[in-house]
Write a protein that binds this ligand. Structure first.
Ligand code: PLP
Length: 396
């Protein structure tokens, strides 16, 4: 039987390769950081990690994880509701709720699971989900698992959102769902305006803070800090896999009854293992750090400003950003790939994105900044961009 199937798969794989869409993975042979070693022997500057606060290899987090390995062991061998809940899990849930100003938190193995398990238990076929067109794949999948009526509005387009909200008056309950930061452009969801529309049309709000938590807002509290509307969002989802340490784990945090219901009915929570105690303990250390100082946010914000201004001055066409993501627009798909590989030769690791990841004719290089970057790292990256940009005729 496998022979036929193998031939079928091989043909599909060949087609992916022919279309130039085959993903090859680079192999790191050391910790994640501003400088990374790859298996080719090259050391490069990393500008494509979600390591926004530089915590992926942070000593305080590593020490907290090591201590928990000694005190609480390696694994929980259980889902939460059987015997997979430790004091560390409960403490982390409480700390995340305090961080976002919410009532309670529920942990998942990943934010993919948080989004996969948030809609189906909360909304039924009488209800409406109104989702931004650029929302993350895990939100799209989560919505698919739910019977609610679906509405979609153009990215951050408030006139379109209003239109969809009017249509959704036909349903019982409505929830507006948006990413906090959209990962391809670096723009922030206009939460101040979303709050106004939600009040006018009687809708709940859910924000996925995966790219915004720890990053957006003066102290990294995310989009509600940026727009001064804490307390107005009913549901947040987020990840421990980006700014918050970069390991693994996700969460939903929000109103008490919502979290209570998810603990009873959310399938990825009920039928998937607890995160390891070491990861939860490092998460606690991370929140404690954020509560003591916003030094890392300050450094990240100043890096973004420095890099963005110098790129603009060099003549690059960068999308306006309110996050740690800077999209350097090149428009042409082939050019974006050539540009990225030339940058790698210069020791700068970035990724070029093109259709279908972004719209046709909107190819770009995405630069992700980090508090782990020093000014000399940024200067090296800027010099490489300028050199390659001139070589390829992108700038004069
Ligand atoms: C990265 C990301 C996720 C997935 O997070 P994991 O914890 O890695 O599963 C979900 N939503 C958004 C918006 C993301 O950017």
């Amino acid at each position: 039987m496998y022979n036929n199937y193998q031939a079928f798969l091989q043909k599909e794989l060949d087609q992916i390769k022919e279309a130039g869409l085959y993903k090859n993975e680079r192999i790191l042979v050391g910790p994640q950081g501003a400088e990374i070693k790859i298996s080719t022997g090259q050391t490069v500057l990393n500008f494509c990690a979600n390591n926004y606060l530089g915590l992926s290899n942070n000593k305080v987090l590593i020490d907290a994880a090591k201590k928990a390995l000694d005190s609480h062991g390696y694994g929980m061998s259980s889902v939460r509701f059987i015997c997979g809940t430790s004091d560390i899990h409960k403490t982390l849930e409480k700390k995340i709720a305090e961080f976002f100003g919410t009532d309670d938190t529920i942990l998942y193995a990943a934010c993919f699971d948080a989004n996969g398990g948030v809609f189906e238990p909360l909304f039924g076929e009488e209800d409406a989900i109104i989702s931004d067109s650029l929302n993350h794949a895990s939100i799209i999948d989560g919505v698919r698992l739910c019977k609610a009526v679906r509405y979609r509005y153009e990215n951050a387009d408030m006139a379109d959102l209003e239109k969809q909200l009017q249509l959704a008056q036909a349903q019982r309950f409505r929830v507006i769902v948006t990413d906090g930061v959209f990962s391809m452009d670096g723009n922030v969801a206009p939460l101040d305006k979303i709050v106004v529309l939600a009040e006018k049309y009687n809708a709940l709000i859910m924000v996925d803070e995966s790219h915004s938590a720890g990053v957006v807002g003066k102290t990294g509290r995310g989009v509600t800090e940026e727009f001064n509307c804490r307390g107005k969002v009913d549901i947040f989802t987020g990840t421990l896999g980006k700014a918050f340490g970069g390991a693994i784990g996700g969460f939903t945090t929000g109103r008490q009854e919502i979290i209570d219901m998810l603990r009873q009915r959310s399938r990825p929570y009920l039928f998937s293992n607890s995160i390891p105690p070491a990861v939860a303990a490092a998460g606690i250390a991370m929140v404690d750090m954020m509560n003591t100082t916003s030094e890392l946010q300050d450094k990240l914000h100043s890096n973004v400003k420095y890099f963005g201004e110098k790129m603009q001055k060099a003549g690059f066409d960068c999308k306006p950003t309110q996050s740690a993501i800077i999209a350097v627009m090149l428009y042409d798909a082939k050019l974006s790939q050539e540009f990225a590989s030339k940058l790698l030769e210069e020791g700068i690791y970035v990724i070029g994105f093109y259709f279908p990841v972004v719209a046709k004719g909107k190819a770009r290089i995405r630069v992700q900044l980090s508090a782990a970057h020093e000014v000399e790292h940024l200067d090296k990256c800027l010099a490489a961009f300028t050199k390659v940009g001139k070589e390829l005729g992108v700038i004069k």
